[in-house]
Design a protein around this ligand. Structure first.
Ligand code: FPP
Length: 245
């Protein structure tokens, strides 16, 4: 019998990196220590994706709603982004990673904005993995900014035009979305692009999400049948019920 599993490594993985705060709290550490450990986990995940032939990794690093966190945590995350750029970009580049920062840059300081531009410029020639870091990003923001762009150009709001105006127009839609930390929500991440994305929820806190956990998510993904609105028989014609005369 023909297998209905897709059997593939996902081309594009998206991740909601949840659980840094709880990881820190369990160790009686400040929340920011959890985010720092989250950067380590992100580096490990990016390298593992390169090794497994994943072409695009998109991570949710700071949401449009995260501004509502305590001021100390917000400024800590901004500094962490700056220091992560300073520390990580050279190695990521050696690993063949091309960085894109996706989100509303208007809310960011000149210094942070300059850092993002510089990191994008220095990694622009890399081809092994695209790493989209969604920062000051929200799915609703993305849909609204795409619609505003089209309206300003006098273009029709069709799905195809919106697709091209989205902040992630440079990559295919995610095949697999992983959320760590035990919650089972999308939380305003990739609302448009996740229409047919397979979802995987892990109880691991993000700092603990290692290669074995990634492999489990990929194995579950490759066992899923993706139908994109079609029937199982259309996807796998040989598994159709034989017609009787
Ligand atoms: C959610 O965990 C995580 C975040 C809001 C930040 C994610 C950031 C990183 C993993 C670091 C990478 C960041 C940069 C700047 C490159 P949470 O704090 O909501 O955890 P909790 O649910 O346990 O409180």
């Amino acid at each position: 019998m023909t297998s209905s599993k897709n059997g593939a490594v996902p081309r594009h993985i998206a991740v909601i990196m949840d659980g840094n705060g709880r990881w820190a709290k369990r160790r009686l550490l400040p929340r920011l220590a959890g985010h720092k450990q989250g950067v380590e986990s992100l580096r490990r995940c990016a390298r593992a994706c390169v090794e497994r032939g994943v072409q695009v990794l998109t991570v949710f690093a700071f949401s449009s709603e995260n501004w509502n966190r305590p001021q100390e945590e917000v400024s800590g995350l901004m500094s962490l982004l700056a220091s992560a750029l300073a520390k990580e970009v050279a190695q990521l580049s050696r690993d063949g990673v091309r960085l894109y920062f996706v989100g509303d840059r208007q809310g960011l300081s000149d210094k942070v904005r300059a850092g993002l531009q510089e990191a994008e410029r220095t990694t622009a020639h890399n081809t092994r993995l695209i790493l989209n870091v969604c920062f000051n990003y929200g799915g609703r923001w993305d849909i609204a900014q795409a619609a505003q762009k089209l309206v300003a150009q006098g273009m029709e709001l069709t799905p195809e035009n919106l697709d091209r105006a989205m902040a992630l127009a440079h990559v295919p839609d995610p095949d697999l979305m992983i959320r760590t930390g035990g919650e089972t929500r999308i939380s305003n991440f990739l609302l448009w692009q996740a229409a047919y994305t397979e979802l995987f929820f892990s109880n691991a806190l993000w700092p603990e999400f290692d290669e074995a956990a990634l492999d489990e998510a990929i194995a579950v993904f490759s066992g899923r049948e993706r139908r994109f609105g079609q029937t199982s028989e259309q996807i796998q014609p040989s598994s159709a019920v034989p017609q009787t005369a």
